[in-house]
Design a protein. Structure first.
Length: 82
């Protein structure tokens, strides 16, 4: 998550202690943002993990179906041989 320096408006990371642009201390600002958005961030991370898990399941299912389709095509082709 990123924050903006209240002094100059430069974008900063919540783990930065000082603004790289103007040198303002960001420790208190970062702490307040984390406290305020901690619950939202936690829910967002859980949502992203769920979407990632769903993506893996869909990829696995798609790959399995493709393999079955290829095997079926090979069997079909061999079945029609005289």
């Amino acid at each position: 998550m990123n924050i903006y320096c209240p002094g100059c408006g430069a974008e900063a990371s919540t783990i930065q202690k000082f603004c790289r642009s103007c040198g303002m201390e960001l420790k208190v600002v970062s702490q307040l943002v984390r406290e305020h958005f901690g619950k939202v961030t936690e829910a967002s991370e859980n949502w992203h993990k769920g979407v990632e898990r769903l993506g893996k399941i869909i990829s696995l299912a798609s790959g399995s179906m493709l393999i079955l389709l290829i095997i079926s095509a090979i069997i079909w082709a061999l079945w029609d041989l005289p």
